[in-house]
Design a protein around this ligand. Structure first.
Ligand code: PAF
Length: 296
């Protein structure tokens, strides 16, 4: 679809079902999809901008996917801001917003669950780091991403490097299951103080937000130590997080790991090459993740 940048932003077409989307699909040409759970922020806007560079039309999906939330996670309180999201999509020149209901995505959903029998198994990559602390998370992500690909039929899909393990697992699914879509990732967007943008940042009180800055500080300290090797990277980042454990409020680390960017297995002491330093930590009731790419 074509856009005039001079005129006021036009509201994207909103499709609620796969059928509505299929009716639009022939007009969209080469299509890039940005899959989201809504609560759009600057990070999502940068994904949309990247998508625009690779396609004639851009679709954004907005769906808070119940299958990727554990029983004690924040599915119910996850921010749902559809009107603001639609306005953001209009400003960014998005052509189509795909916003299905749970029933559209999981037709057998009912009071006892979502009724999905067949799911996508992320294999060993889905059991480490995020997968270890959030069992079933990547199975839920891959299953819904697969459905989105089948319903939207994009040529390209753009994901944020902020969720580096998610990008790696999605890339692996595309490769292992021969899915006809190209996966692109776009760099993490940070607030001026270093905090990675995230829909969950709205949960943080001002004091928690200050404590949360330890995550990016730790990653930057680790990246600075990269020339000295893996042990130095982990020691530098670990020292910052160790201090943050005594902050008020404290930062409680789930994991800090230096991993191969493609497989997310931890690298050994004499590893050289591209790596990702990844962290997940709790501040109050909020769980945050962040990472930096680095070269050893
Ligand atoms: O990164 C997200 O927002 C979600 O995990 C995704 C990819 C939209 C799947 O629900």
């Amino acid at each position: 679809m074509t856009h005039s940048t001079a005129s006021a932003p036009s509201t994207p077409v909103v499709a609620r079902t796969g059928e509505e989307l299929q009716a639009l699909r022939p007009k969209l040409g080469r299509l890039a999809l940005v899959p989201t759970m809504g609560a759009l922020h600057a990070g999502h806007r940068s994904l949309i901008a990247a998508a625009r560079e690779h396609a004639e039309s851009v679709a954004v999906s907005i769906f808070v996917n119940p299958l990727q939330f554990g029983p004690n996670e924040d599915y119910d309180r996850y921010p749902r801001t559809f009107d603001a999201d639609l306005a953001a999509c209009a400003e960014e020149g998005v052509d189509v917003v795909f916003a299905p209901t749970v029933k559209d995505m999981y037709p057998d959903a009912g009071p006892d669950g979502i009724g999905q029998i067949v799911t996508v198994d992320p294999g060993s990559m889905g059991r480490v780091l995020e997968g270890e602390f959030r069992p079933g998370f990547f199975q839920g992500v891959l299953t819904v991403v697969n459905k989105l690909f089948n319903l939207v039929r994009p040529d390209v899909a753009v994901f944020g490097q902020k969720d580096a393990q998610q990008v790696a697992v999605v890339r692996r699914m595309v490769r292992d299951l021969c899915l006809p879509v190209t996966i692109l990732s776009a760099p993490t967007v940070r607030d001026p103080d270093g905090l990675a943008t995230s829909s969950r940042n709205v949960y943080l009180s001002p004091e928690e937000r200050t404590s949360a800055l330890a995550l990016s500080r730790a990653l930057f300290a680790g990246a600075d130590a990269a020339p000295s090797g893996p042990a130095a990277v982990l020691a530098a980042a670990g020292a910052v997080l160790g201090e943050a454990a005594h902050a008020t409020p404290p930062v409680s680390v789930d994991y800090l790991a230096l991993v191969d960017p493609a497989t997310f297995t931890e690298v050994d002491g004499d590893y050289r090459g591209e790596a990702v330093l990844a962290v997940a930590a709790w501040v109050g009731e909020t769980r945050l993740i962040d990472n930096v790419p680095l070269t050893l």
